[in-house]
Design a protein around this ligand. Structure first.
Ligand code: BJ8
Length: 384
């Protein structure tokens, strides 16, 4: 069993969430605006420009499934059930502290769940077009961005100015660059950082509300890791290098990501929403901010878009840049869009890129841990 090296004072994802409860409570008491969000399509800059904090509401763990399943089908994506279950059972402090919720019409499960969620709290659902390129797709999405701006203004009784939007875009672009540089430490061979740390730090960072401090902390860790690479890793033999693709992995960090590394491989990168998917693509700071925001987020390569060629381009680039020896696709149960796309991903990885591929379909329970370990173990053996 390999041991995962972690920096001193490392904070796990559940610990970071616990800490964030207290921060949010304090923020709420101080009268800060808080908007609950879910997805990479979220235009963070609009929320920033409304002087509100965005807090991620995606659920993890399976303790809220029974509450969710009173209204939702059992055979539904665990991310959707965990998120709704926490809200409806009043066990998600992030939902509790949110003034309003922002969702997008991504997959069918999520968009229908938002209808139920809107019974609990004001929920603004942005309408996404089904594809990025069709006639009128950008106009349609831009109208959704404008309608979110109108709703935030009305809900809070404020005006969101273009100057404030430009400032927010500039700051978030700086944050994107810092996050991207942090991910790219995984391109070093052998990697001086575990995928477990990468996944944990970036997902936990969603609960760090001071963006300037977050950028500083990332830059500091990047310097430490580069130094560590020069001192201890450079020139040494690398373990098999795995690139993760598919559904978001924040709910299965321990079950899949950590296990891959304990079983003898390095997770070096993520081609999913826990990776640099949208970080590589800054917002244009030279044009009208609403148009720039609409253009940027429409370029997100999620499987809910049909067709979704950008994902294959990004996957190819990451396999190359991160020097991946194999790809593991994580599919959350009943996620149809990623599941349908997975055969094309398998063929792309094995036939075009010539490296092995494994897909794992799972949920947030622990019942399939043994089976997952066996399959990951066999895959790593194949790569060794
Ligand atoms: S941009 S990946 S964060 S939608 S896993 S709930 S798609 S059934 S999470 Fe996602 Fe935005 Fe896309 Fe990223 Fe539905 Fe699939 Fe569940 Fe999903």
């Amino acid at each position: 069993m390999g041991e995962i090296k972690l920096p001193e004072g490392f904070v796990t994802y559940p610990e970071a969430r616990k800490k964030a409860f207290l921060t949010l409570k304090k923020m709420k008491e101080e009268g800060r605006r808080i908007v609950g969000v879910f997805c990479t399509y979220t235009p963070w800059e609009l929320i920033d420009a409304a002087d509100a904090a965005a807090v991620v509401l995606c659920g993890i763990g399976d303790e809220n499934m029974p509450a969710a399943e009173k209204r939702l089908p059992k055979n539904l994506c665990p991310l959707i059930k965990a998120s709704y279950g926490g809200a409806v059972a009043d066990r998600c402090p992030f939902f509790y502290f949110s003034d309003m919720v922002l969702g997008e019409t991504t997959c069918d499960g999520k968009k229908k769940m938002y209808e139920l969620m809107s019974e609990l709290k004001h929920t603004h659902v942005m309408q996404l077009p089904p594809g990025q390129f069709g006639r009128g797709a950008l106009e349609f999405w831009k109208a959704s961005v404008e309608s979110l701006k109108d709703d935030l203004e009305q809900f809070y009784g404020i005006t969101i100015t273009n100057d404030r939007l430009r400032e927010a875009i500039h700051l978030r672009n700086r944050e994107r660059k810092a996050i991207l540089d942090f991910y790219e430490i995984g391109c070093l061979k052998p990697s001086p950082i575990s995928g477990y740390e990468l996944n944990t730090v970036i997902t936990s960072n969603e609960y760090a509300f001071d963006i300037n401090k977050k950028i500083e902390a990332l830059e500091q860790r990047i310097r430490e890791l580069k130094d560590l690479y020069e001192r201890e890793y450079k020139g040494k033999k690398s373990r098999p290098r795995i690139l993760i693709t598919g559904c978001p992995t924040h709910g299965v960090i321990n079950k899949v990501i950590k296990r891959i590394e304990e079983l003898g491989a390095d997770v070096v990168g993520f081609e999913n929403c826990c990776g640099p998917r949208e970080k590589k693509d800054p917002i244009d700071e030279t044009i009208d901010p609403i148009t720039a925001i609409a253009e940027k987020y429409l370029r997100v390569n999620c499987s809910v878009m049909s067709p979704n060629p950008g994902r294959f381009k990004a996957l190819g680039e990451q396999i190359h840049d991160y020097q991946a020896d194999g790809v593991i696709e994580v599919l959350l149960q009943a996620c149809h869009t990623f599941a349908v796309e997975s055969d094309s991903v398998r063929r792309f990885v094995t036939e075009e890129k010539g490296i092995p591929y494994l897909s794992i379909t799972t949920d947030y329970s622990t019942t399939d841990q043994g089976q997952i370990d066996t399959r990951i173990g066999a895959f790593i053996e194949l790569l060794s």
